[in-house]
Design a binder for this molecule. Structure first.
Ligand SMILES: Nc1ncnc2c1ncn2[C@@H]1O[C@H](COP(=O)(O)OP(=O)(O)OP(=O)(O)O)[C@@H](O)[C@H]1O
Length: 656
């Protein structure tokens, strides 16, 4: 070994050499990472391009998605951490089509139907609400309620439903902890879970329902579908030839009474006191399927009684659960219902309490965001309900698809008159005033819902109508929960009232006797249009819906062209009304208007058909800004403009 420290090429010492090589290795790794990232982004872009297929007759959201992708997106939405192992990848649906009254209803099994009725476009045809009309329901219903019955446990057709008497000592060993609870996660979703205390102790009601012996049932069950398919195919051909000739309204009620459908007599008693004697068509079909222990995916028009259609089998699930010895310390969960809004959770809880009036031991608990969590937490501790069992949210492979609307039939009620008006967006506030003025002069007991595109637009519309001395309330996500609950309760009870609302009120909310629904601006999609319209014309009653569009929003009519919506001419504008409107608008705080402008811009920037041309969008936004009395359009934060793709767009101001 030579004397002195070893030198390396370039006359550098050992440490410098080591440092140099470390740097080269890091540089090489950085380059590799960058290449990987480029590849990944290119793959994502090509997937997006594949999804955003060139304009074809099939809208992008109808393009088939892989079952795994669909399952994963469902799982990401619902599965709790660590519960993935329970996820059941093999689920898939059976399609059942129930014809309107002139066609008797059919149930057929998946195996047969797959041959004759290929599932809807996407590969995994379950629960993609987009594939089922906006009024689609079933355990993934119009109000995105997903109800899963754990059939393995309760709906065995071999066992009847038995109600036990509690012995005098009160030591009924069948006593189990069950109840019905709503749990709203912070993200506003509601899980209606079964947990809590329940025993039918003091009700001495013994019922054993006659059930077909299993072998007979199986023979019947598997012989039927073939016959059904034959009649179904014949019916389908006849249907398609008659679809538009027979658009008369389907009756609200079926011929079946609640005391004939095999549910607990205690439930029947409560229902009859609430005025529920005759089942509706969707209840008749769904309850019988639910009591057979099958999951179901049911499509039915708005306001036709879907809530009870899923609640009644759910209540039977709890009652049946009492027959099963439950050794678990924590009560399991048998029914999970997800709702999109807190009001809906409260509404369903209220309706469930009515049905449970004589089931003393089955409790209902609703947890909604925005209220005192500590109180809710305490209630949860006293009546625990437990988030792994519920992880399997997809419906079982042999679940039933029940279509109460029928192929080719109109998804809205024929008794609801549907109009649309086209007017410059700067005149929409004035248009609403004219429509209200006319409606209030025609309908003494008016009850109007006005749907706006965003919470802040709702707030501005409410303030304007309030300034115009109208009897108006507002409901949107920016309002505290207690306020929303109070307004919701008030609007259920009263008439001669106008509710200005965002889409928190569009799904499932049951406000009786709505006389007019006005939708201002293009709805997010067809489903929203029909859900909103479905707030009127419920229980088979009449109603009216008016959609107010700007000329550049009229493209939306193509989405609802199959519905009986007619274009109406604009009412003559009253200059005096316009002056009053401008005076009222001038009294509104500019900050409310600025928020409304930003919300307006954000909403229309999210509508692809409109935001393709950002320059025109900016121009329209400035026209809107002037129409509400803002001298200059408010400036956006730079990062906001960047995120919206509006930086450097003429007409968009950026904050310094
Ligand atoms: N069998 C019945 N007898 C009498 N009234 C009923 C019956 N079933 C439902 N109703 C009433 O009909 C109205 C609509 O019911 P419900 O809200 O369940 O309809 P829905 O189909 O769930 O509506 P949406 O599609 O908006 O969710 C409610 O006022 C309810 O009380």
């Amino acid at each position: 070994m030579g004397g002195g420290p070893r030198t390396f090429p370039g006359g550098i010492n050992k440490w410098q050499w080591k440092r140099l090589h470390q740097k080269k290795a890091m540089e090489k790794e950085r380059k590799l990472l960058h290449q990987e990232k480029q590849l990944y982004q290119a793959r994502i872009r090509s997937q997006i391009r594949a999804n955003l297929s060139p304009p074809t007759t099939t809208p992008s959201h109808h393009l088939p998605i892989s079952s795994n992708h669909h399952l994963k997106s469902l799982a990401n939405r619902f599965i709790k951490d660590g519960a993935e192992d329970l996820w059941n990848q093999d689920d898939g649906p059976i399609t059942i089509t129930i014809k309107p009254p002139h066609f008797h209803s059919h149930h057929h099994t998946h195996a047969d139907s797959a041959k004759h009725h290929p599932p809807p476009q996407n590969e995994f045809p379950t629960m993609n609400p987009r594939h089922y009309s906006s009024a689609s329901f079933a355990f993934w219903n119009s109000t995105s309620q997903l109800v899963k019955f754990n059939r393995a446990r309760y709906y065995s057709v071999r066992h009847g439903t038995r109600f036990r008497t509690k012995d005098s000592s009160g030591s009924d060993d069948e006593d189990s902890d069950y109840g019905l609870q709503h749990v709203v996660r912070t993200d506003g979703e509601v899980d209606m879970m079964l947990g809590g205390r329940a025993s039918l102790g003091k009700y001495d009601v013994k019922i054993t329902r006659r059930r077909l012996p299993q072998k007979e049932y199986d023979q019947l069950a598997f012989s039927m579908p073939v016959e059904m398919i034959r009649s179904e195919l014949g019916m389908k051909k006849f249907m398609e030839s008659k679809a538009h000739e027979n658009d008369e309204e389907q009756p609200f009620y079926s011929k079946t009474r609640f005391d004939e459908c095999g549910i607990s007599p205690l439930t029947v008693k409560a229902l009859s006191e609430a005025g529920y004697v005759q089942m509706t068509r969707v209840q008749e079909t769904s309850v019988s399927v639910g009591l057979e222990g099958k999951d179901a995916l049911v499509k039915a028009k708005t306001g036709t009684g879907k809530s009870a259609a899923f609640m009644l089998p759910a209540i039977e699930a709890v009652i049946n659960a009492m027959d099963v010895k439950n050794k678990q310390r924590m009560p399991p969960i048998y029914v999970l219902i997800l709702c999109p809004t807190r009001e809906l959770a409260s509404q369903i809880a209220a309706e469930t309490k009515v049905m449970l009036k004589y089931h003393d031991a089955i409790g209902v608990q609703t947890l909604v965001g925005g209220t005192r969590f500590k109180l809710d937490q305490k209630r949860l501790e006293t009546e625990p309900c437990q988030v792994r069992r519920v992880s399997q949210l997809v419906l079982n492979r042999d679940h039933v698809y029940i279509d109460m609307v029928g192929m080719g039939c109109v998804e809205t009620h024929s008794k609801v008159k549907q109009l649309y008006l086209v007017a410059p967006h700067q005149q929409h506030f004035e248009m609403v005033l004219h429509l209200l003025k006319y409606h209030l002069s025609e309908v003494v007991d008016y009850k109007v819902i006005i749907f706006c595109t965003t919470a802040m637009m709702t707030s501005l519309m409410h303030l304007l109508l309030h300034e115009m001395k109208m009897n108006v309330r507002e409901m949107h996500s920016r309002k505290p929960q207690l306020y929303r609950t109070r307004i919701s309760d008030e609007f259920k009870e009263r008439k001669r009232l106008i509710l200005v609302t965002s889409d928190v009120s569009s799904r499932g909310m049951n406000y009786p006797d709505i006389t007019l629904v006005i939708q201002v601006g293009v709805p997010p999609d067809r489903e929203h249009y029909i859900h909103r319209l479905g707030r009127t014309g419920r229980e088979g009653k009449t109603g009216e819906g008016i959609l107010l569009l700007a000329p550049w929003e009229e493209y939306f009519i193509n989405e609802i062209r199959d519905l009986p919506v007619e274009k109406s001419s604009l009412p003559p504008l009253d200059p005096d009304m316009n002056r009053k409107l401008e005076d009222s608008m001038a009294k509104i705080d500019p900050s409310v208007k600025e928020s409304a402008y930003l919300a307006w811009l954000g909403y229309y920037n999210s509508i692809r058909e409109i935001s393709r041309d950002k320059t025109t969008l900016a121009e329209l936004a400035n026209q809107f800004s002037q129409s509400i009395g803002l001298q200059n359009a408010p400036a956006l934060f730079r990062k906001t403009a960047l995120r919206m793709g509006l930086k450097d767009i003429p007409g968009i101001q950026i904050r310094k």
